[in-house]
Ligand binder design. Sequence first.
Ligand code: SF4
Length: 220
Amino acid sequence: MPKESLQQKRKRVRKIIARLKKAYPDARLELNFSNPLELLIALILAARTRDELVNAITPGLFRRYRTAADWANEKPAVLHRLLRSINFYRNKTRAIQKATRALMEKFGGQVPNRLEDLLTLPGVGRKTANILLGNAFDQPAIGVDTHVARVSQRLGLTDHTDPDEIEADLTQIVPKKDQVKFVHLFQWHGRRICIPQVPDCPHCPVNDLCPYPKKTKAKM
Ligand code: SF4
């Protein structure tokens, strides 16, 4: 594909979004939550863990721990027992308790709704902060996870590998009103068709909009 201008890339990304919306009408964040604190906890638990595993334990946890103080004041050994089906549960217990203590100390126990504030929480990086802003606070934000990064690279929407630089590239070309949906669509596409090892290009709804040089071919 010849070098595209920013305008051309914006036009192509709009087409990609429209196609993926049709292909994945149910695309959404796959973690279950009902308030910003629950989403923060779910995101910490979901690091390098399948969302289904997190969703399997969060209903009981969210009934038991309703405030930042509930989480911060719990004995770590109790949380270890409740979280043991999740990998790295000891580290994640520590991360949850550090983050919820910071919420109590700096934000009155509430999850803040500004990027700069979220980034002050221990263990909260730009990906988590942007996913929180987009999904718990309905603000335009692009949280770059492994799927968003890979699919964006293959589709030629970024040349970068660093998530912060990918986010900056995408923020320039994805319309604000579509940014949260864009992340959901790319996550779904990256889990179903544009998978890591061998993408299923013959069945890809954006095949003709994708310059990926190693595309898989349809079998004759
Ligand atoms: S054509 Fe292949 S590489 Fe390109 S987005 Fe679709 S599945 Fe991914």
